[in-house]
Design a protein around this ligand. Structure first.
Ligand SMILES: NC(=O)c1ccc[n+]([C@@H]2O[C@H](COP(=O)([O-])OP(=O)(O)OC[C@H]3O[C@@H](n4cnc5c(N)ncnc54)[C@H](O)[C@@H]3O)[C@@H](O)[C@H]2O)c1
Ligand SMILES: O=P(O)(O)OC[C@H](O)CO
Length: 336
């Protein structure tokens, strides 16, 4: 049955997921806060600032009118940067109150809120009416908009404490190119999604500095160990980090040139300043705020996260990358 779906956020991931949902036979409205972008998507079926090579399905509608996008929708998918998620959720409250039906709430963003250190399902739960909380779903896993846009093969997970809601999301997104598993560990899925961005900055930096494959494999492996340690301290299931939203997403983000986090690290490794990197990327680099949030969470819980500490020192204390890498190698010997 055709579903009415609102996708909030028309950057690379939001617009590409909206396009996928249209191709799956749904009525989809993609909400953006930029008038020019809505016009371009509606008239030219392009979104050149984010996906320069993609022509979108001409059935995809874009709007800056949140009510038009989300009122009476069957599903509402948030795909905005982490630090504006709360703001967008607040704008949605009145629309939800005036809707004739109760949509399923999904988010596909990856990060931790600065200051509160909260996961995105927690942020949404605080802002939207209570009756939506139990059926919230998180869509996550190794997935770059560039690959999904060209119908390459992508496998992700839909996590919820409500299995029926997860299954509903699974069936909305599944296609011959896009496979969705279900998962009941929202904490693990969201922690894996946010923390892999931190390690990906480190992996990009190693590349930018000219280190080889051994160093990159070691960083990913030891990065996974500290992601799991922090996640488990907050109630995640250890095995979740062995799945698509854990090691799967870590591998793609820490090795792909599509990754904004990896590219940011690579440019830092090549000697650019953080300001230059963020000013030229033109898209969100979630690992930058998530490094700060993860660093502070780790201190709060007394969890050892040496790689996160090192990236934090580079991003927030202006430490030299080569020096922090040397520091990691010079730590006392440990058991694995
Ligand atoms: N790009 C990917 O391949 C990909 C894949 C999986 C997950 N994600 C996650 O999805 C989230 C969004 O990433 P993206 O790649 O689409 O980012 P992006 O930088 O490409 O686009 C972000 C969009 O958010 C919009 N935005 C910013 N502030 C806003 C506000 N106050 N109100 C409404 N819209 C606002 C911007 O205008 C822009 O269109 C991130 O958390 C990212 O980690 C991205
Ligand atoms: O481009 P990045 O670094 O934000 O990563 C995008 C996705 O999270 C990869 O799964």
């Amino acid at each position: 049955m055709t579903q009415k779906i609102a996708v909030l956020g028309a950057g690379s991931w939001g617009s590409v997921l909206a396009n996928l949902l249209v191709k799956n036979g749904n009525d989809v409205v993609n909400w953006t806060n930029m008038e020019e972008q809505a016009k371009e998507l509606n008239e030219n079926h392009t979104n050149r600032a984010y996906m320069p090579d993609l022509t979108y399905d001409d059935r995809l509608i874009a709007t800056t009118d949140l009510k038009m996008a989300a009122q009476d929708a069957d599903a509402i998918l948030f795909v905005v940067p982490t630090q504006v998620m709360r703001l967008v959720a607040q704008q949605l409250v009145d629309v939800l109150k005036n809707s004739k039906q109760k949509p399923i709430i999904i988010h596909a963003s990856k990060g931790l809120e600065l200051n509160t250190h909260k996961r995105l399902s927690q942020v949404l739960s605080e802002e939207i009416p209570a009756e939506y909380r139990s059926s919230m779903v998180v869509l996550s896993g190794p997935s770059h908009a560039e690959d999904v846009a060209k119908d390459d093969l992508t496998l992700v997970t839909a996590a919820s404490s409500n299995i029926n809601a997860a299954r509903k999301v699974q069936s909305l997104f599944m296609s011959e190119h896009f496979r969705v598993y279900t998962n009941d560990d929202i904490v693990g899925v969201e922690m894996g999604a946010a923390l892999k961005n931190v390690i990906a900055i480190g992996a990009g930096a190693l590349h930018g500095l000219g280190y080889g494959d051994d160093a990159k494999a070691a960083l990913i492996t030891r990065g996974l160990a500290e992601i799991s340690r922090l996640g488990v301290a907050f109630g995640a299931k250890p095995l979740t980090f062995m799945g698509l939203s854990g090691v799967g997403d870590l591998i793609v983000t820490a090795t792909s040139e599509h990754s904004r986090n990896w590219r940011a690290g690579n440019e830092l490794g090549q000697g650019m300043s953080l300001k230059e990197v963020t000013n030229t990327m033109g898209m969100v680099i979630e690992g930058v705020p998530s490094t700060k949030a993860a660093y502070e969470l780790a201190k709060q819980k007394k969890i050892e996260m040496p790689i996160t500490d090192a990236i934090y020192d580079v991003l927030y204390n202006d430490k030299n990358i080569k020096t922090v890498i040397n520091g990691l190698m010079e730590r006392e010997g440990k058991a694995e």
